[in-house]
Design a protein around this ligand. Structure first.
Ligand SMILES: C[S@@+](CC[C@H](N)C(=O)[O-])C[C@H]1O[C@@H](n2cnc3c(N)ncnc32)[C@H](O)[C@@H]1O
Length: 224
């Protein structure tokens, strides 16, 4: 997806995004936020926070910065989750995930939910997430990845040419994504309906040089 089509698609989706992509995929968001240590005062960055659906999952005494490239999605987030009522909100900022305007080591955890298959350059996004996260901090990526075979694979291939209209790439490959990331995978958890989506928990440390980017992690076959 290129920047123009992302802006166009999510500008269109924004008013009713929560109806089509809200509660039925919130299980994955809950599992992601459960993975972070919500110590009072901790600083978290959400990449592509969209309409801010995850905000109520954070404790009131942490500080969450949400960035997104779509002003319309952020407009909904700001209206729904004002700082006065949601003290965990530090800021909602219009920014590109591939070029984060934060200094190195700014956050204790950095989270991208349903974004990796949308951004034009997921590798650049991962590099930026790692850069702004403290060494040894938590980096979480929640996303749908292409099925390896079967009917679902056929459906994903069918929809692949329509990614600009859908707003994501249906055939986004997990092995390819893991291959290009340079931080250590702690584990991979299937989430949402039948485990069709995956929550990848990275530890913000460089991968070992043995070429195995999975950190020995295997995918738990049971959705949690
Ligand atoms: C499928 S939505 C996910 C929204 C939210 N994370 C959620 O859990 O519902 C993808 C979001 O990523 C945003 N996005 C896409 N490309 C981006 C980029 N390069 N930088 C920042 N945000 C981006 C879109 O504007 C959209 O809000």
């Amino acid at each position: 997806m290129d920047k123009d089509s992302i802006l166009k698609t999510y500008g269109f989706y924004a008013p009713f995004y929560d109806v089509i992509f809200g509660s039925w995929v919130n299980h994955g968001r809950k599992k992601a936020v459960e993975r972070i240590d919500q110590r009072p005062g901790s600083r978290f960055l959400e990449i592509g926070i969209g309409t801010g659906y995850s905000i109520p999952l954070y404790q009131p005494d942490v500080r969450v910065t949400g960035i997104d490239i779509s002003p319309e999605m952020l407009h909904v987030a700001k209206k729904r989750f004002p700082q006065e009522r949601y003290p965990q909100v530090d800021a909602f900022i219009e920014m590109d995930a591939q070029n984060l305007e934060f200094p190195d080591d700014s956050f204790d955890a950095v989270i991208a939910m349903y974004v990796a298959s949308v951004v034009p350059d997921p590798m650049k996004m991962m590099q930026e997430m790692s850069r702004v996260c403290v060494p040894g901090g938590t980096v979480l990526v929640l996303n749908h990845f292409a099925s390896s075979r079967g009917i679902l694979r056929g459906v994903e291939n069918f929809f692949s040419p329509f990614s600009k209209r859908l707003g994501f790439k249906p055939d986004f490959s997990l092995p390819h994504f893991l291959e290009m990331t340079t931080i250590e995978v702690k584990d991979i958890l299937p989430v949402n309906l039948g485990g069709y989506w995956k929550l990848i928990h990275f530890c913000n440390e460089p991968t070992s040089l043995d070429g195995d980017h999975s950190g020995g992690a295997s995918i738990n076959p049971q959705p949690a």
